[in-house]
Design a protein. Structure first.
Length: 330
């Protein structure tokens, strides 16, 4: 906010020169100078008044600033000073690039460049001088604006990458709790809109502690990564697969009880096959529930996981390497 307010004071020297050196401006231009001062003060007031700009306020600031800069370059009698003032338009294009899309920034550059061409054509003393001035002016406008646009793109990409990494379990590459909540919101919203049910599968590796104690934690980590890959590949493409701690995995999918139980059985059989030489199996609890638009939040997800977790322990008590499923009313 402070920087934007400060940039609107860049025309202050023009106003001061008009007051102390009358010969520096064209005769009869004092009303224009007064209008320039009004535009600059209005912009400062708008910047200080609105901490967050919507499109209309920002558009008004840009228009007033552009008009004041253009007028300042026209009232000065010295062509060199006029071109220096006109260069302040780069502040307008750069500020637009900070807050708006690359398309809007490009349009702003084109408008300011057109203004520069017109003013330079009127003020230039020769064709060569005019052409060189326009070329330099185009660079002054385009380079800082393009740099800001590129930096915004890089920053956006870095933020997206950091957010993506923050949603993943570092050991297995599956979703963590944060990532699972995001995916659950999308899956539950689709199910609610279509009037379908959602299912939560809690998968726990049987006797994993014994394996860890016998083979070591490094071997246990390798096994967890392999099991995570197996669950990810075996689960349906639309399912969200996460590791929520230790040797426990969760699968969330848009499915009815029969479909969800079938998916759980497929995962159980596949893991039993690929882990045959370690003799490891999994116990799976499956909870299916109706969902509406009011249920699309973390509390619903954790309630489903808790119920599926209880069913998973029933599977453990039933002898392990099995699936226990339930629907509404469990």
């Amino acid at each position: 906010m402070f920087v934007r307010a400060l940039t609107n004071l860049l025309l202050l020297p023009v106003i001061v020169v008009a007051c102390v050196t009358p010969g520096a401006i064209r005769p009869g231009s004092y009303p224009v100078v007064a209008a320039i001062a009004v535009c600059a003060c209005t912009n400062v007031a708008l910047v200080l008044r609105f901490r967050e700009f919507d499109t209309r306020v920002y558009g008004l600031i840009a228009v007033l600033g552009t008009a004041a800069i253009t007028a300042s370059s026209l009232v000065l009698t010295d062509p060199a000073a006029a071109q220096v003032v006109l260069g302040i338009l780069a502040v307008v294009t750069t500020n637009v690039a900070v807050s708006f899309s690359p398309r809007v920034a490009a349009i702003t550059v084109a408008i300011c460049l057109a203004i520069g061409i017109v003013v330079t054509t009127v003020r230039a003393q020769s064709f060569v001088t005019g052409a060189m001035t326009i070329w330099v002016f185009a660079i002054i406008l385009a380079v800082p604006t393009a740099t800001v646009v590129r930096l915004r793109q890089l920053l956006s990409s870095a933020v997206e990458s950091a957010e993506y990494r923050a949603s993943l379990d570092p050991l297995t590459g599956l979703l963590n709790r944060r990532g699972l909540l995001t995916e659950f919101t999308a899956i539950a919203s689709r199910a609610a809109a279509a009037g379908r049910t959602i299912a939560a599968l809690v998968i726990d590796v049987d006797h994993f502690k014994d394996f860890n104690d016998r083979e070591g934690h490094a071997a246990g980590d390798i096994l967890l990564r392999r099991l995570a890959d197996t669950v990810k590949v075996t689960a349906s493409d639309s399912a969200a697969v996460a590791r929520i701690g230790g040797e426990e995995f969760v699968v969330i999918l848009d499915a009815d009880l029969v479909t969800a139980e079938g998916e759980a059985e497929r995962i159980r059989r596949t893991i039993q096959t690929v882990s045959n030489h370690e003799g490891l199996t999994v116990s799976i609890g499956v909870m299916v529930s109706a969902v509406n638009s009011d249920d699309v939040h973390g509390a619903t997800l954790y309630r489903l996981i808790d119920l599926a977790d209880r069913l998973m322990y029933r599977a453990k008590n039933a002898g392990r390497n099995t699936v226990v499923a339930a629907g509404a009313g469990f």
